[in-house]
Write a protein that binds this ligand. Structure first.
Ligand SMILES: Cc1cc2nc3c(=O)[nH]c(=O)nc-3n(C[C@H](O)[C@H](O)[C@H](O)COP(=O)(O)OP(=O)(O)OC[C@H]3O[C@@H](n4cnc5c(N)ncnc54)[C@H](O)[C@@H]3O)c2cc1C
Length: 339
């Protein structure tokens, strides 16, 4: 970094934060990315319990935007992503039906976090670093960790933590905080199950109806995974809200029962089970209006122009990997254009 270059920080090393940082680096900045997690990835993280592996957040992603499709093809050529060709069906009260629309589903290889790991490779990403306060003083953002230690001061800042959390961090510091406070995000209990044998069902993933589960998937049917028979079960937002504070073991037991009700097949012989609660799993973005949206071509990120702050992430555009990627990119471009 040269003396006159603006200092830039990104909060969050999920897909949005990494895409923003990549774009800022491309524009000649040297962004520092802070994440409170152990590694990059955010909601595209994975869990290991050998011989089982679980993508316990995002299950796959789709690509519709032309530029994003091009990037995905490039990552495919690098071996970072691949199509998931498992049989995905709809499931209602034990009855299996085919989905109407054919969908190309992409997954990270060997796990969903491969994409974040790839993006982080060429960036300055500082994990295990929670940003606990952000204050705008003398034309720069001062970021501090939980111990109150200064992480640095930055002239440009992109915040990609889930919007309800961004609202709390930036309360009283930016007009964007009030808007972010209006965004609701639904929680999701994820249950991770390892079996001693292959489960005798003729599908690899299913959207569930009339159930406390919204989605079930055989993780080892995705490309490049370990062979252990690994199932991921996602509860509906309603079920999760009703059982938000239940201990993990009880959540696992109840959703394993729910699996049997939904599919007519018992998840056994059981070798491993655990549960993870995503508190801000899927956001419900606001209507695309308001003075602070990046107006053109679509409100993919929010900009506080006076304070050189952008909010980005799936909360701005809808709970999807593609949306998060495009939002981070849009936030970075808006800040670069602002100068
Ligand atoms: C259960 C579940 C299933 C999903 N299924 C799909 C799917 O099938 N397809 C799809 O496309 N999408 C899916 N999604 C959504 C997808 O995962 C998200 O849209 C996307 O990963 C969001 O990326 P992001 O960068 O906006 O946010 P995140 O991934 O949440 O990244 C935010 C980052 O900020 C960090 N952070 C938070 N607070 C702080 C702080 N104070 N200081 C420092 N760091 C902080 C977090 O650790 C995190 O890494 C799913 C999500 C969940 C939870």
């Amino acid at each position: 970094m040269n003396e006159t270059q603006k200092r830039v920080a990104v909060i969050g090393a999920g897909i949005a934060g990494l895409s923003a940082a990549e774009e800022l680096a491309r524009a000649g900045f040297a962004p520092v990315v802070f994440d409170k997690g152990r590694g990059p990835g955010g909601r595209t993280s994975m869990r290991r319990a050998p011989p089982f592996e679980f993508d316990h957040g995002a299950q796959y992603f789709t690509a519709r935007d032309e530029g994003f499709v091009e990037r995905v093809r490039h990552w495919q050529s690098e071996g970072v992503v691949a199509p998931w060709t498992g049989r995905i069906v709809a499931l209602a009260s034990g009855r299996v039906s085919e989905l109407r629309e054919p969908t190309l589903r992409w997954v990270g290889v060997p796990a969903m976090n491969a994409l974040a790991t790839r993006l982080a490779r060429e960036l300055d990403v500082r994990c295990n670093t929670q940003v606990s306060s952000a204050s705008f003083e003398g034309g720069a953002w001062r970021l501090r960790n939980a111990a109150g230690e200064l992480l640095g001061h930055f002239e440009l800042l992109v915040a990609t933590l889930p919007l309800p959390q961004a609202a709390a961090l930036f309360r009283g510091q930016s007009e964007l905080a009030q808007r972010a406070a209006q965004v609701e995000a639904s929680p999701c209990w994820a249950v991770l199950v390892g079996l001693h044998e292959r489960l005798a069902v003729e599908f690899d993933g299913a959207f569930c109806h009339d159930s406390g589960l919204s989605w079930i998937a055989r993780n080892n049917s995705k490309p490049g995974r370990a062979a252990g028979e690994s199932w991921v079960l996602h509860a509906t937002p309603e079920w999760t809200r009703a059982h938000l504070e239940l201990p993990r073991e009880q959540v696992a037991a109840r959703l394993i029962d729910e699996f049997a009700r939904a599919s007519g097949v018992e998840l056994q012989p059981l070798a491993h089970s655990d549960a993870h609660r995503w508190r801000y799993a899927l956001p419900a973005p606001l209507e695309p209006s308001g003075p602070s949206s990046v107006a053109s071509p679509a409100p993919l990120a929010w900009l506080d122009d006076a304070r050189a702050l952008a909010f980005a992430g799936d909360g701005c555009v809808g709970g999807r990997v593609e949306g998060a990627f495009l939002s981070g990119q849009a936030a970075a471009r808006a800040l670069v254009a602002r100068g």
